[in-house]
Write a protein that binds this ligand. Structure first.
Ligand code: PMP
Length: 299
């Protein structure tokens, strides 16, 4: 791996080089820009622990395979590049992104126009998406696109479906939007999975609802089961949201965020619920635990 000499403190990895942030540029002919033709992962670092890094890398390779991009490096090499970037950027707590695009090519969607994928790793000092505060949401009229069109399991660079729902949430004066699938069942929020609590049982939409298989979702399911709660992966309706005791969202950016109002109806008593609080407490412990990540040694 080559490294550029510079005075800047912050680097971006682009195709094998660590480039100073201000020089981190890619071609306007990159199909990631021209067609959203690519995949990505978002990852958090807690006290130097790159949380669930291997799981994120596995999901990235699966997304890439699904859209027929062959990532020209091994998972181990990619993991090392991520670790190296975290070291160079002295990122103790923050947010990482790995992006793999189809690469630079002629115009035209034909993927054969692109010679090799572009690989980018970048970091940011990003706080929790909603600042750790309870949020309000609408149920969006924009449906999550079905797996017959583009499987939401693929974490692709195509986020317009989600962006449109987010715009609707903002226009409605709320923080986030909950999206239904084409059958009318609850799918997920804009960039988070969703959990509903009713009479001490925790529900979340099944993967067959057409959702991203969230890494935070899996962690939360495990925490909840370890705490002795029953977790059911079941189809949920708008009614289930309106009548829930608790609703919370999970995602790398949002971490675990309680939803206290949906379409103008208070969720439970309008305060973050006790089950959310118990799960959050456990979550905050394990994110720093090297058992659940790749710990970067300082120095
Ligand atoms: N759904 C969507 C559409 C997302 O973009 C994200 C964020 N990656 C999630 C769910 C949550 O996934 P994770 O917990 O792996 O960040």
């Amino acid at each position: 791996m080559k490294s550029a000499t510079c005075s800047s403190e912050e680097f971006v990895y682009i195709n094998g080089e660590f480039v100073p942030k201000e020089n981190a540029k890619i071609s306007v002919w990159d199909h990631g820009l021209l067609y959203g033709d690519g995949v990505y992962e978002a990852i958090r670092v807690y006290e130097g622990n790159i949380f669930k890094l291997k799981e994120h890398i596995d999901r990235l390779y699966n997304s890439a395979k699904a859209i027929k991009i062959e990532i020209p490096m091994t998972k181990e090499e990619l993991l090392e590049a991520v670790v190296e970037l975290v070291k160079r950027n002295k990122l103790r707590n923050g947010y990482l992104r790995i992006i793999v695009t189809r690469g630079v090519g002629f115009m035209g969607v034909d993927p054969r126009n692109c010679e090799k994928p572009t690989i980018i790793i970048m970091s940011e000092l990003r706080k929790a998406l909603f600042g750790g505060k309870p949020i309000t949401a609408i149920v969006s009229t924009i449906r999550r696109f079905p797996s017959q069109c583009l499987d939401p399991k693929i974490k692709s660079l195509n986020y317009l479906n989600n962006v449109l729902a987010k715009i609707q949430a903002i226009e409605a004066g709320t923080d986030d939007a909950i999206m239904l699938n084409m059958e009318g069942y609850v799918a997920e929020a804009v960039t988070e999975n969703i959990f509903v609590v009713k009479k001490n049982i925790i529900y979340t939409p099944p993967l067959t609802a057409g959702i991203l298989e969230g890494i935070t979702r899996s962690v939360v399911i495990e925490i909840a089961k370890n705490l002795g709660f029953e977790v059911r992966e079941e189809n949920l309706t708008i009614y289930d949201l309106y009548t829930a005791d608790e609703v919370f969202l999970t995602g790398t950016a949002a971490e675990i965020t309680p939803v206290v109002k949906i379409d103008g109806r208070l969720v439970g008593n309008g305060e973050p619920g006790p089950i959310f609080k118990k799960i959050l407490e456990e979550y905050q412990k394990i994110v720093k635990d090297p058992k659940f990540g790749v710990k970067v040694q300082e120095g």
